[in-house]
Design a protein around this ligand. Structure first.
Ligand SMILES: Cc1cc2nc3c(=O)[nH]c(=O)nc-3n(C[C@H](O)[C@H](O)[C@H](O)COP(=O)(O)OP(=O)(O)OC[C@H]3O[C@@H](n4cnc5c(N)ncnc54)[C@H](O)[C@@H]3O)c2cc1C
Length: 422
């Protein structure tokens, strides 16, 4: 192929993983005219039903990708109300005008609705650029970084100009990028997760404060904070509650210290309602009423990917949880992966020659790694270090740094700088 022809052709891009971030990457790159193929292990018959916080920086990215917010049936998060486990006022109650301050609201959505919307934007024949192609039930088993090719479980090999490992916290691609498999250590944190129909709360006026009493927003119910002196056990239990899907569903997440041997138990397992009630036995009856309505409860392990030596090896890169999974403390896990996707789309615009891909991926890592790893570190420390608990909600500066950020603007600035150096 002549140099001119190479310069004008779209990039051939493989995305490993069709989670929220894999689809977001496909959307960002198809909009630049590239040809994207996604390989996904699962068949998507069982998608995770749970709520997801979409703060202003995340929403800014979704809008930039062409997302129709109405398709997400959002619920505005107008405040955080914090209460103590015994029913008294908790460490803080904060109302913030996110829309007034950041120009966009903080919304709560259902993960399945968000996944469906990103999938539509990635695959729909109507969108900008060629629709991505999705191969379900296709597990990627290895990656040849030098050849920029993946091998699937059936033994077939697929080459590309760029390979993106958006394959989650237990990534396969990560070991090939790093040249070694690294352990993702237990965090000793887990969460009970379930959804309740809002109408199930109707008969109980003591639960009106959850989704009926304005201002609506996230409710946090924390166990007592015991100073972390030697020999003292810090109680990490926090129940986070918010409405999603147009207010018809209530998402509940009971975060706690996980005393099990996390390496020997499942990452996600069903638990009984009795076990749940037992776990929060000392909580006030009006909180326990909500637990009594719980059905189909699962316990999820949560881990943090430690800072990696690199996210990029030649024309292969990591993105989303594969690179920087965090605890949900800041509600920014997906947001950081989405910012990765938007950044890469901006750094690989239409007509990027293959010969420039390696240097653009280096720029991608430089732009993204420090910020995403900061969020991952804070998510752990704000869960585990007593003095840092609730810091994100207390610190205007930190909220500004995280939610006021415009990744597209930053990536375009980096690209202009790179182009000027040519
Ligand atoms: C309890 C909890 C609450 C959370 N709440 C929030 C929140 O409120 N806000 C927020 O922003 N974030 C939140 N997060 C974080 C957020 O859910 C994740 O950061 C995000 O979903 C990661 O998406 P991903 O696409 O990178 O990874 P995943 O969702 O893990 O997707 C990876 C995909 O890759 C596929 N895959 C894996 N290996 C292979 C392979 N070898 N070949 C092919 N396919 C493969 C998997 O099947 C999967 O579909 C929360 C997380 C947890 C655990």
């Amino acid at each position: 192929m002549s140099a001119d022809a190479e310069d004008s052709r779209p990039l051939i891009i493989i995305v490993v993983g069709a989670g929220l971030v894999g689809f977001a990457a496909a959307v960002a790159l198809r909009r630049e005219g590239h040809c994207v193929t996604i390989y996904e292990t699962s068949s998507f018959k069982t998608e995770l039903g749970a709520g997801l916080a979409v703060p202003p920086n995340t929403l800014r990215c979704l809008l930039g990708l062409g997302c129709t917010v109405a398709n997400l049936s959002p619920v505005d998060n107008l405040c955080f109300t914090s209460m103590a486990y015994d029913g008294t006022a908790g460490m803080k109650s904060d109302s913030t005008d996110y829309e007034g301050h950041f120009g966009l609201p903080w919304i709560m959505v259902h993960r399945v609705d968000l996944h469906t919307e990103l999938r539509r934007l990635a695959l729909d024949s109507e969108g900008m650029g060629p629709p991505a192609r999705l191969h379900l039930s296709h597990r990627v088993v290895s990656c040849d970084v030098d050849a920029c090719a993946i091998t699937l479980a059936d033994g077939s090999v697929q080459g590309a100009d760029v390979i993106i490992g958006a394959d989650g916290i237990r990534s396969t691609i990560r070991a090939f990028v790093l040249g070694e498999d690294i352990p993702i250590p237990p965090s000793h944190t887990a969460g009970f997760r379930w959804l309740t129909h809002a109408s199930d709360l109707d008969p109980y006026p003591e639960l009106d404060w959850i989704v009926k009493t304005p201002p609506l927003g996230a409710r946090l119910i924390s166990a007592p904070i015991v100073p972390g002196k030697a020999g003292t056990k810090v109680d990490h239990r926090t129940i986070v509650i918010y409405a999603c899907r147009g207010g018809r569903l209530v998402n509940v997440l009971g975060i706690h210290e996980d005393l099990r041997d996390q390496d020997s138990v499942a990452w996600n397992a069903p638990v009984t309602q009795e076990a749940l009630l037992d776990f929060f036995a000392d909580y006030h009856p009006r909180f326990r009423r909500l637990l009594e309505l719980a059905k189909d409860v699962h316990i999820w392990q949560m881990r943090v990917v430690p800072p990696l030596q690199t996210w990029v090896n030649r024309r292969v890169c990591l993105m989303g949880d594969a690179a920087h999974a965090s605890l949900p403390t800041l509600g920014q896990g997906f947001g950081m992966g989405l910012e990765d996707a938007v950044a890469l789309g901006a750094l690989l615009p239409k007509a990027t020659p293959v010969s420039r891909v390696e240097s653009r991926l280096v720029a991608y890592e430089k732009l993204r790694k420090e910020r995403a790893e900061f969020v991952a570190k804070e998510s752990f420390e704000q869960q585990h270090v007593p003095a840092k608990r609730g810091l994100y909600l207390r610190s205007t500066e930190m909220r500004e740094q995280i939610m006021g950020y415009d990744v597209k603007e930053e990536a375009e600035r980096v690209l202009r700088h790179l182009m000027a150096q040519k």
